[in-house]
Design a protein around this ligand. Structure first.
Ligand code: FES
Length: 199
C-alpha cells in the first residue's frame, strides 16, 4: 500500500480549495499581489478586499498554477486571514500555515511560501493605492556572498528546499567558493532559517 505523503487536511484543501477567484465573479479588489517561483513553475495571485474603516481584510481571493502544496496552503491561508487586521496578516508565516495543514513534506514547504508572499504584496499594493506608502514593508534582499552574488533570500529559499549543511548550501548556490569570506555569515543565516522554518 502506498503511504499518503500529505495530511488529510492538505488533501481536503487541495480537492476543495476555498476562495479561488473565478472569472464570473465581480470581486472588489483593493490590493493585488502576484509572485512567481520559476523553480517550482508556479505563479500565485492573491487579491484582498479591505474594510477600510476597521483596517481588516474583509474578503480575499487567489489563483495559482501551482502544485498541491501551494494550492492547499493558499486555500487555508485565505481562510485564516479573513477578518484579520492588515498588520497581523502581513506577519503570517509559512510555518503557521504548514502547522494549520497538519504539516507538509519538508521539500514542499517552499511551495507554501508563494501564498504568503503574494498576500504581502497585495497588502503593500493596498497601502500604495491608498496613500499609505509609509506602511509598505518590503523584503529587501541583502547580498551575502559578493563574489557569487548570492543573497539572504536565496539562502532562505534553498533551506526551504531542504538544504541543511554548508556543503549543500555551497552546492546549491556556489556561495563561498571564491574568497570564502562570506562563509561564517552564511552559515549563521542558514542556521537561523532552519530554526525559523523547521524547529
Ligand atoms: S564573498 Fe563569498 S566567496 Fe567571496
Amino acid at each position: 500500500m502506498t503511504d499518503w505523503v500529505y495530511s488529510d487536511i492538505v488533501k481536503d484543501h487541495f480537492m476543495n480549495p476555498k476562495n479561488i477567484l473565478s472569472d464570473a465573479e465581480d470581486f472588489q479588489i483593493d490590493g493585488q499581489g502576484k509572485v512567481g517561483n520559476m523553480k517550482c513553475g508556479d505563479e500565485m495571485m492573491f487579491a484582498i478586499h479591505v474594510d477600510k474603516e476597521k483596517g481588516i481584510i474583509a474578503d480575499c481571493r487567489w489563483r495559482t498554477y501551482g502544485c498541491a502544496s501551494a494550492i492547499a496552503s493558499t486555500s487555508i491561508l485565505s481562510e485564516a486571514v479573513k477578518g484579520m487586521p492588515l498588520e497581523e496578516a502581513f506577519n503570517v508565516s509559512p510555518k503557521d500555515i504548514a502547522e494549520k495543514l497538519g504539516g507538509l513534506p519538508e521539500n514542499k514547504i517552499h511551495c507554501s511560501v508563494l501564498g504568503d508572499k503574494a498576500l504581502r504584496a497585495a497588502i503593500n499594493d493596498y497601502y500604495m493605492k491608498n496613500d499609505m506608502a509609509e506602511k509598505v514593508r518590503e523584503d529587501k534582499a541583502k547580498i551575502i556572498c559578493q563574489c557569487m552574488n548570492v543573497t539572504d533570500h536565496e539562502i532562505e529559499d534553498v533551506v526551504l528546499e531542504g538544504v541543511r549543511t554548508m556543503l549543500e548550501l555551497q552546492e546549491h548556490t556556489k556561495l563561498g567558493t571564491v574568497c570564502g569570506q562570506c562563509k561564517d555569515e552564511a552559515s549563521e543565516l542558514m542556521q537561523g532559517y532552519i530554526q525559523k522554518h523547521f524547529s
